[in-house]
Design a protein around this ligand. Structure first.
Ligand SMILES: [Zn+2]
Ligand SMILES: [Zn+2]
Length: 224
């Protein structure tokens, strides 16, 4: 569900974003139908044109990292005017981050960009593209010997300039849980199991509102 909703928000009708808080499941399913039609139409028109359009990428080959690299390199040329000279690879083990920029710590030299395969399977190509833009911002700032860590003003400015998420966090959906003792917010879970305890009081968890966490960290409440 998230994959389609995400694509919808960012591609089909970006202005609808503001209404997210009021979404019901029914609305979401209608969105899914809409995005499916939209995708079909897009794919038909795109097979006719050869130019690079990031919004039009819906599938990325995962049997090798070749297509992933090509997309990353095109984004690099498009947004930074320079090719990406480090490998961009699928990573089968990373689940808790959408992607990461790996560099040599002593000399601050770029090594490679990795992209979580699991996140692609969960959330689709547009999520990968957003993540690649984020990682490329790290890469290009690093090359220019500028501060490139998450949250530095330079990095935030670059992300804003190219429309990349500020954090390459994974998306989540589930119930917002609360500590049954003190009421403090705890993890977002599909459902609370007996063995899950709150970090604050080591007490049982209570499931409340159903939420979706978007890649920018924003939480959106959805009616179930
Ligand atoms: Zn980052
Ligand atoms: Zn507590």
């Amino acid at each position: 569900m998230l994959k389609y909703l995400y694509a919808h928000l960012f591609v089909v009708d970006p202005k609808r974003e503001l209404e997210l808080e009021k979404l019901s499941y029914q609305d979401v399913y209608e969105f899914i139908q809409q995005i499916k039609r939209f995708t079909k139409e897009k794919q038909q028109t795109l097979s006719l044109s050869g130019s690079f359009q990031e919004r039009a990428i819906w599938r990325i080959d995962t049997s090798s990292s070749m297509e992933l690299y090509q997309i990353g390199n095109q984004l690099s040329l498009h947004y930074f005017g320079r090719p990406c000279k480090i490998p961009i690879e699928w990573d089968k083990s990373v689940k808790d981050a959408a992607g990461s920029f790996i560099f040599e710590r002593t000399y601050q030299k770029p090594i490679k960009i990795v992209q979580s395969l699991w996140q692609y399977n969960q959330f689709g190509a547009q999520h990968v593209i957003a993540t690649l833009k984020h990682e490329l911002a790290h890469y290009h700032l690093c090359l220019q010997n500028k501060p490139f860590a998450d949250g530095t003003p330079e990095f935030v400015a670059e992300c804003k300039r190219i429309g990349a998420p500020l954090f390459a966090v994974k998306m989540l959906e589930g119930f917002q849980t609360y500590c049954s003792e003190c009421g403090r917010k705890a993890d977002i879970l599909k459902k609370a199991r007996k063995k899950d305890k709150s970090p604050c009081c080591k007490a049982a968890l209570v499931c409340k509102e159903y939420v979706i966490r978007l890649p920018d960290g924003r939480l959106v409440q959805v009616e179930v």
